[in-house]
Write a protein that binds this ligand. Structure first.
Ligand SMILES: Cc1cc2nc3c(=O)[nH]c(=O)nc-3n(C[C@H](O)[C@H](O)[C@H](O)COP(=O)(O)OP(=O)(O)OC[C@H]3O[C@@H](n4cnc5c(N)ncnc54)[C@H](O)[C@@H]3O)c2cc1C
Length: 427
């Protein structure tokens, strides 16, 4: 059995982006990607709302996203790859208090941030929405706040995650990379650097390393192992006593057809973007959001609940009817009466791989094992940067060069010398 230079566990968007940049930087290396599923991007990448924004309060988030999105723009516009990239923008509907907070954040960013503020009455007119809940006992009971302003960010939109996955997969294969699907990693293989042939080694006094993976199709040995297994990362790492601070949390999306004149009109709201549709819209706290699909005539509605939603690893998480009916719907219909009595035509659930330290990605190496994950609900919009940083780590480089020639210190996303700021603009 010949040894690979690197075996990458996970053919989601992060594993494939990492594989592509490792192979690109090291054309002679034998690079193998394996995944337990039968095709690329079929786990949580396929569950993504595939939205992106280039506005974050933390410099780290901003750089990771902005350079990834600029790369996607390059692929879409300069190389004519159809990635379904639509610059529909993000619209934050804010109550008075949240608006004050946002303004101070936007001012403090001090960069070339482009945004536009809409007044409450403009929004009511443009979107035919309710912005004021005078004498509405239900709204009061639910703690819903009046919309005081809307902040629109044009450098934001949606992309087709599947097309992006195809790009990384095909580009990697074209460079001579190998992929095997339907291969389940049962555990990471640990061996001493200097095997002595003692039964049960390595022992604690031996210097040991991750030497590959044990799978249901046999052992695969590699000089380096990359774990890009999304929410399954901690399962494989826990067995070795390695902490990565990545925990899974269920997230649900509900599909609502724009099948009434009012909903059709809302979907095709004019004046925000060149697409001629409602932007990705985030309602005031608790931050229910709607993601439009202008070409398919549907909305997706979602909400990322925290307390008391469990951290739980599930192979096939299910959407919960009541989560829509008594949760999302009740909030949505208050602001947008157009959704009255509309029920989802379908729904699905996936898992965020949340980094519980600070909600930013984790990329580190230990004992010849590189871990790349913890995208915390924004892996599609950060995948290109994360892949480049993981590849720089593989090559032992101090800095990764992101798209647009931006330098990023690799150790900033590590665990030992981590240097990231708390994100204040969280959805
Ligand atoms: C409902 C929802 C909405 C989202 N919306 C957005 C959004 O709007 N914008 C955005 O940027 N991000 C969004 N995300 C987050 C985004 O989808 C993820 O951050 C991203 O897909 C993570 O990619 P990944 O490659 O790390 O994980 P995955 O796509 O889950 O890939 C991991 C792969 O590892 C494989 N694997 C795991 N364990 C093993 C094993 N033992 N052996 C072999 N293979 C294994 C899996 O089969 C899988 O293919 C959303 C996520 C969800 C759930």
């Amino acid at each position: 059995m010949s040894e690979y230079d690197v075996v990458i566990v996970g053919a989601g968007i992060i594993g494939l982006s990492t594989a592509y940049y490792i192979k690109k930087k090291n054309p002679k290396d034998r690079v193998l990607v394996i995944d337990k599923l039968n095709a690329a991007g079929q786990a949580n990448t396929a569950k993504s709302a595939s939205a992106f924004r280039c506005l974050f309060s933390s410099q780290t988030n901003y750089i990771l996203t902005d350079s990834s999105v600029e790369f996607y723009r390059h692929l879409n516009d300069d190389l004519s790859l159809d990635l379904g990239l639509l610059w529909i923008g993000y619209l934050w509907l804010l109550d008075e208090e949240s608006y004050k907070e946002s303004v101070s954040i936007l001012k403090s960013l001090g960069r070339n941030i482009s945004y536009r503020v809409y007044e409450s009455d403009e929004l009511a007119e443009k979107l035919h929405m309710r912005t004021i809940f005078k004498n509405d006992e239900e709204a009061e009971l639910m703690g819903l706040k009046d919309v005081c302003k809307g902040v629109f960010i044009p450098k934001a939109g949606v992309i087709d995650a599947d097309s992006l996955v195809n790009f990384y997969e095909e580009s990697f294969l074209r460079l001579g990379g190998e992929i095997r699907y339907g291969v389940n990693v049962e555990k990471l293989l640990v061996e001493p650097y200097e095997p002595l042939g003692i039964p049960g080694e390595p022992y604690f006094w031996q210097d040991s390393r991750v030497a590959g993976v044990k799978t249901d199709k046999g052992v695969i040995k590699a000089k380096k192992t990359v774990l890009a297994a999304g929410v399954w990362i901690s399962q494989l790492l826990d067995a070795l006593g390695v902490e990565c601070y990545i925990k899974p949390k269920k997230r649900q999306l509900f599909v609502i057809n724009a099948d009434t004149p009012d909903l059709k009109k809302l979907l095709a709201s004019k004046g925000f973007n060149n697409v001629g549709c409602i932007p990705f819209t985030i309602l005031p706290k608790p931050d229910v959001y709607i993601r439009p699909f202008p070409d398919q005539g549907v909305f997706w509605a979602g909400y990322a609940d925290e307390f008391p939603r469990a951290f739980k690893l599930e192979e096939n998480p299910q959407p919960e009817k009541n989560f829509y009916q008594y949760g999302i719907y009740q909030v949505l219909v208050k602001y947008f009466p157009q959704f009255k009595d509309r029920r989802p035509s379908s729904a699905f659930a996936g898992l965020y791989g949340i980094n519980t330290l600070d909600g930013q990605p984790v990329i580190f190496e230990e004992k010849d094992l590189i871990v790349v994950g913890g995208a915390s609900g924004s892996g599609v919009m950060k995948a290109d940067s994360m892949g480049r940083i993981a590849a720089a780590l593989y090559n032992g480089e101090e800095y990764a060069v992101l798209y647009g020639d931006k330098k990023f210190k690799v150790s900033d996303l590590g665990l030992k010398n981590r240097r990231v700021e708390r994100e204040k603009l969280i959805i």
